[in-house]
Ligand binder design. Sequence first.
Ligand code: ATP
Ligand code: MG
Length: 226
Amino acid sequence: MGEVILSAQNVSRDFRIGDGSVVNALKNINIEIEKGKLTVLRGRSGSGKTTLINILGALDKPTKGKVVFGGKDITRFGERRRDNLRRTQMAFVFQSVALMSGLTAFQNVEFGLRLAGYPYSKRTARVKRVMTDVGLDKRMHHRPAEMSGGEQQRTAIARAIAHEPLLVFADEPTAELDTATALHIVRLFKELVAKQDMTIVMTTHDPSMMDIADKVYTLEDGEIIE
Ligand SMILES: Nc1ncnc2c1ncn2[C@@H]1O[C@H](COP(=O)(O)OP(=O)(O)OP(=O)(O)O)[C@@H](O)[C@H]1O
Ligand SMILES: [Mg+2]
């Protein structure tokens, strides 16, 4: 096994709902995310994929257990430190693309760089580079409404990876795409992992994605099964 960059150790997450009852969304999860690999979390709807990826990406905290990143338990960090971690070292791609409709693809990616504090003088070159990497050099000046769903999702990926995060989290990034486009996007993800030594954690319920993953964890009812 290579270098473990992120791990969940005995992670449980309970949600208390309106009537006072408790949902055990995650039960004692132990997983390791290897650097430079594409790890897939799979499972049926309601199995806990989103809950787990949100905890791994410091968007949520477990009820019990630790999340260790760079040798430190990030669940103990304060909000500011967690926010900084997300902004500089991590990136997120969601199921529905959240691009800004008034901005072109180029401007959307550039805006992401600005948020991450990427040096001003290097931004334009960097945006062109990643747009080319995702195969959209000819669509840079299109607004989201002037692109296909797959192109929008590739723009969202370009925005996510532009600041060269260590970790990219993608929660069902291909759920709204047809199978061919979805496979294309996941292959692209894999290339980026190989080329830029990024680490990707992706959730999916699509069985056709499994062969592309380096590692697959299956969730069932809040637990990892073999
Ligand atoms: N904020 C919340 N409050 C209460 N229960 C929640 C909350 N978020 C998730 N749950 C419950 O936790 C379980 C896991 O939800 P989660 O969203 O992680 O599933 P999922 O595997 O991502 O499903 P899907 O494939 O439909 O996206 C579900 O039973 C869900 O109802
Ligand atoms: Mg989900």
